[in-house]
Design a protein around this ligand. Structure first.
Ligand code: 48N
Length: 323
């Protein structure tokens, strides 16, 4: 049976698709003989004659897969891998990508949706509290906030998602950053020096759903990313919480975890920001994952320490590259 007649020309060659990507995202390429609306306003009243530009399904598939696999190839050798795209990981990605546009930064996030615990302020309440001086980071991102009227010691972002979505969109706009979401880090790449010391040299990744089903499926081997610096901000809870520090214990690089202590906002936030550091050669830990290492208190529904721990983690990473 002869193949079905092509409804369209043979899918365009890569050379043409790359030209297509040159078309600014907010315009449509007018089809000859049809004036296509160039703005949303021009669509009003034209719905009767409205139609999308024609496409072939394979063009969609190729538009996605070509780019994804080109990115996998490019970021197989990264300068920095950030594990976890929560408030700390995204803050460190923002600061590092801005300060060091020469660095290639891969973010590996197990969830389909990045953002970690920062989509709500706490107990499903929307507003997000940040204690001063973390309001400086909100101004850096141009996130609007309200000043607290009584003590003047904190600010409130009307919805946590406003902070997280603004931060995420700015991180994704950096040309030297690639987010691999729905992808889990399931191990660390290590090197042993001549004294038997361990240096972290990259991450081992797999699709998150695969990582979560190794026990009930045959072994599904992972992928890898080499990088001289890893920033691990995997939080303290969730299916993979505190991943890297638990792995350091199981490979006996760390003797034991300190275990997160009870909630004490004033103690916890200072400790997390000031404690953000390289805890093993090549591995920086920040955010709530650090509380599991140091036995720091938890701080509950206040996010200034997450943002500023990310700022600090980016500085520590940049210092490593300046050595
Ligand atoms: O938001 P989290 O969990 O972690 P942080 O440290 O960025 O922010 C913590 C903050 O949300 C709090 O917990 C607040 C302040 N409450 C404190 C308290 O006292 O309760 O983000 C971690 C991200 C998540 O998106 C995970 O999906 C991801 O890391 N993740 C991983 N991604 C890839 N591979 C892994 N192995 C992995 N483990 C976690």
């Amino acid at each position: 049976m002869s193949p079905p007649a092509m409804m369209f020309q043979e899918p365009v060659s890569p050379a043409v698709t790359s030209k297509m990507s040159a078309v600014p995202h907010n315009t449509t390429v007018p089809v000859k003989g049809q004036s296509k609306p160039h703005t949303v306003e021009e669509m009003a009243g034209q719905w009767e004659s409205f139609t999308f530009q024609p496409i072939r399904e394979s063009q969609v598939s190729r538009a996605m897969t070509r780019r994804y696999f080109a990115d996998l190839d490019k970021y197989a050798e990264s300068d920095v891998v950030i594990i976890g795209a929560g408030s700390c990981g995204l803050s460190s990605a923002y600061c590092l990508a801005k300060a060091r546009p020469d660095l290639r930064i891969a973010i590996i996030e197990a969830g389909v949706a990045p953002g970690g615990g920062a989509w709500l302020g706490g107990q499903l309440f929307s507003a997000m509290v940040m204690r001063k001086p973390a309001d400086a980071f909100l101004r850096e991102l141009d996130v609007p906030y309200e000043e607290d009227s009584d003590s003047g010691n904190y600010v409130v972002v009307k919805h946590a998602a406003l902070f997280t979505s603004t931060l995420l969109s700015k991180v994704l706009a950096f040309p030297n950053v690639k987010l691999f979401n729905a992808t889990a880090v399931e191990d660390l790449i290590t090197r042993t020096d001549d004294k038997g010391g361990i240096r972290i040299a990259g991450v081992v990744t797999n699709w998150t759903l695969v990582s979560m089903h190794h026990d009930d499926q045959s072994c599904m081997d992972p992928n890898t990313i080499n990088a001289p610096v890893i920033i691990s901000t995997t939080g303290h809870d969730g299916p993979f919480g505190a991943f890297s520090v638990k792995r350091l214990v199981s490979m006996q690089v760390l003797q034991a975890l300190g275990g997160m202590r009870g909630l004490d906002m004033n103690t916890a936030e200072d400790a997390i920001v000031k404690g953000t550091r390289e805890i093993a050669p090549g591995l920086i830990v920040g955010g709530m994952e650090l509380s599991e290492v140091d036995g720091a208190n938890r701080m509950g529904p206040t996010f200034g320490a997450m943002a500023l721990s990310g700022v600090r983690a980016a500085e520590v990473a940049a210092e490593i590259f300046e050595q």
